[in-house]
Design a protein around this ligand. Sequence first.
Ligand code: TEU
Length: 558
Amino acid sequence: MTHPWWKDAVVYQIYPRSFQDSDGDGVGDLRGIIRRLDYLKRLGVDVLWLSPIYASPNDDNGYDISDYRAIMTEFGTMADFEELLREAHARGLKIMLDLVVNHTSDEHPWFIESRQGPDSAKRDYYVWRKGADGQPPNRWQSFFSGSVWEKDAASGEYYLHLFSRRQPDLNWENPQVRREVYDMMRFWLDKGVDGWRMDTVNMFSKPQDFPEGQPIPGTSLTEGQPLFLNGPRIHEFLQEMHREVLAHYDVMTVGETPGVSPTEGALYCGAERGELNMVFHFEHVFLGDEQAERGKWSNPPLALPDIKRVLARWQTGLHGRGWNSLYWDNHDQPRAVSRFGDDRQYRVESAKMLCTVLLFMQGTPYIYQGQELGMTNVSFESMHHYKDIETLNASKVLREEHGWDEARILAGVYARGRDNARTPMHWSAGTNAGFTTGTPWIGLNPNYPDINAEAAEADPGSVWHHYRDVIALRKALPVVREGAFTLLDAEHPTVFAYVRDDAHTRLLVVGHFHGQPGTYPIPREFVGGEVLSNNYPGLEGERELKLRPYQAVVLRAR
Ligand code: TEU
């Protein structure tokens, strides 16, 4: 093979808690995933990324692990996992697990021992500091609101947690911690796991003097991200992980790296770097948030030229230097069709358009569960229905420290809350959308009677069939894997148009991000070209295309 298998792969992300319940407890589980493998095979995806399946008290829905070598009770048993792995492999599907080793749960035995006191043998497995004058070492803000430091009454020392106070950060400076992680990785890889999505992978290395960050307006806290993202030893650690573990297995790796540029991204995923295969950047999904009064909760408006500029920069920035991941949403983001398309009048057309525009770029696409159906954001009537710790902590701060009323808080949660992506998967129009026979752990989106997999598979014009067709088409066109990317008309306010070309093929991809008809003049070489994909029955116009609302087409030059 002239190229690694993961350059041809399409990944499907499963949030197990919300995918398919098999035992009626209202929580998705591994046996439920087994039941849906044939559905995923029909869609045409190749790799299943499972969000964490390990033992956890679920303070952060599994991203707080209390035993890396045991399956979360609600999700089933190790025997269930081994059966899932066998059944997936039997269908030619690969399994990618989520590696969450920036932190553990505070219920992990390591932390329980570490917090016994300064003389604990495992004290240095975590990041403990004395602070000064009764204050923590610095005023960095946690991703989940408040300080990143929690005071331990017994010792008077503080432990670091970039996320919730129940997710203490592991001390990656400690070589014994790194050895524990590598041993755990081998435990799963020796079972036959095919890859890792690496949670918060650019946060492991912190500057050990924990310098103060810049003040965050309107708060008593400071911004630590410029200091702990891409920290001083991060590449040393990842190259060691690669040498010790990854280099010995035929696996695919993707690192979650908020706050990286294409240049920094290439340091993590350049073929010669000996670190990762690709990274998730966040530039397109966090556009404008840094400048907004209260970050993403203020939900600043998006402008297509900004989205195009970011995606084009990553396409050209990593071409020949690394490899892109391609995504619109995941378990942390709102639903793609609600954020970037139109989840009302043109839900189907815009969901298909987002599929086309994303999947013809260079890189490995990641489809989040339900995205193939055009599932939408949800609007629960009050905060009581929401479960996500990030949302619950932020809503308290917005109310108590910034005076937001519930209506304003809900508007931010409706637009950008993580629970939008965590309502149960829609399998049918039946009870609880076919997700569970019990009481679902979180409310369903009430639109499941109209938006569900059973109806979608039966409807040739559905978003599902468009995803299946586009997945098959991109695999049949080597230019999508290898070709150059050229953005056209960067400033066009409603059309995202780009060319992919190699020595043999030139493709024009046009996505109309607007609910009104539009026109778009195309390069002469594509006039009369072969229409390879279209989310409408026909295409009007020769030199100047007449685009329908959210129309997306792919033309091959004559
Ligand atoms: O997310 C890391 C991360 O950067 C988050 O701040 C994310 O960008 C934010 O939630 C978006 O609003 C990873 C996991 O994907 C997330 O589910 C976990 O909560 C987090 O790490 C801690 O493990």
